[in-house]
Design a protein around this ligand. Structure first.
Ligand code: DHB
Ligand code: MG
Length: 223
């Protein structure tokens, strides 16, 4: 498809199935006004995460990479009373934007923002989490997957954003550190017995990218 074609379809689907929400649209405007990059998930993708959390009956969600809190709001809204999202953000300025957006959305009581690098914060957390969304520095994807396996339980859903990167993941001449990190993560999902996974290419408002979805197995269970 041409970019015009897939963008028109994305708008069509988002208008029909996701709809418009002042709080979410204001969150994106505030994120933009604060100078944060517009690298949040597309609305159709955010709704997919939201539905996955509900399908999984998730009560505890771990998000790695908060940015301005757009996906965080979607995930928080998927949880039952008493549910909680723990979201990790390395940039204090991003966390400030997210805090305001979460408060405006009225979900601040079900979200804990932990400011710090994932590699430092993750060892301090206790699970089990029912769903883990990995959407931070791609170089660290294997660290995040290992943490997801440790902080999950058999049946936990793990989602990794940005696994296609306009096709660069399958282009052997693409050797930047982000794509290499994405590849190491996908290789781990394919070979580590703690995961059973697949990945889907996506064409949406964010262009050509993709998500990996994995289920944690009981590979760690005593025989
Ligand atoms: C980038 C990161 C993301 O998580 C994303 O969804 C899009 C782009 C980036 O670092 O460029
Ligand atoms: Mg992303």
């Amino acid at each position: 498809p041409t970019p015009d074609g897939w963008r028109a379809v994305d708008t069509y689907l988002a208008d029909l199935l996701v709809g418009h929400d002042d709080v979410l649209e204001q969150a994106l405007r505030d994120q933009d006004a604060a100078g944060l990059p517009s690298i949040e998930v597309a609305p159709v993708n955010a709704k997919f995460l939201h539905l996955l959390a509900r399908i999984a009956g998730a009560r505890r969600v771990l998000e790695i990479g908060t940015l301005g809190g757009y996906s965080t709001i979607w995930l928080a809204r998927a949880l039952p009373e008493g549910g909680r999202v723990t979201t990790i953000e390395a940039e204090p300025a991003n966390a400030d934007v997210a805090r305001r957006n979460l408060a405006r959305a009225g979900v601040q009581h079900r979200v804990e923002i932990v400011v710090g690098r994932g590699a430092d914060v993750l060892p301090t957390l206790t699970g089990p989490f029912d769903l883990v969304f990995i959407d931070a520095d791609k170089e660290s994807n294997t660290i995040y997957l290992d943490a997801a396996a440790r902080l999950g339980r058999p049946g936990t859903v793990v989602v990794v954003d940005n696994v296609v990167r306009s096709g660069r993941v399958a282009d052997p001449t693409a050797r930047d550190t982000q794509v290499e990190g994405v590849r190491r993560g996908l290789e781990m999902l394919g070979s580590d017995p703690r995961f059973d996974a697949t990945a889907l290419q996506t064409l949406d408002a964010k262009g050509w990218d993709g998500i990996a979805v994995a289920l944690l197995t009981d590979a760690d269970a005593p025989a």
